[in-house]
Design a protein around this ligand. Sequence first.
Ligand code: ADE
Length: 231
Amino acid sequence: MQLDVMTLFPHWFDWFREQRHVKNAMEDGHEVRTFNPRDHSDMSARQVDDTPFGGGAGMVLRVDVMEKALRGVYAQDPVELRKERRVIALTPGGRVLDDAFVDELAAEEQGITLLCGRYEGFDERIVQHFCSDTLSIGRYVLAGGELAAMVVCDAVLRKLPGSLGHANSAVEESFSVALDGDPEYPHYTRPAEYRGWKVPDVLLSGHHAEIETWRRARSRERGDGGSRLGR
Ligand code: ADE
């Protein structure tokens, strides 16, 4: 799986690539590549953005620079590229990321390309003509798409075989099909009692079927809205 990120801040991803689960995925042949649109700008001072037509605050990423950057990386007209590859604009108003969206992206064998906006975001023609999707990690505004791109890469990579320690970890986890889209059940480990707080007996019983039933029920309960915790 090739995870490509177009970003004005590629060095942000150095830290991400250093993380154990990401390294494991990369050792398995998956890639997290970064490209800087600035390297493809032929404007003075390698300009990538400009003031918005109609006025207003902030700067907007230029469509011509993004085209050059995408052509530079994929040697193809980006209008054609998006027919073959998921090219995704990261933007607060995009399709909100959830487990089903992550599954969809993890199934893209060709790989995916994430475009990080900065400042006021993209010239709309980038989204309309070069992108297959828009994606938001939530209805709040970040300073740019970089953290959103890392969220996407992290969520996608952990779905791929080999990047998790335990083969079943990604199957029966929160919001997965195996749990009918419910959050995951609670986990406990040693000590079996701490400050009088006991681990549920069933988990110590060794009865796998009962444990399974208990877990499914707790998962469903959480899916019914969760509960407010005391403070
Ligand atoms: N860029 C800025 N805010 C964002 C968000 N919430 N999701 C994705 N990309 C963004």
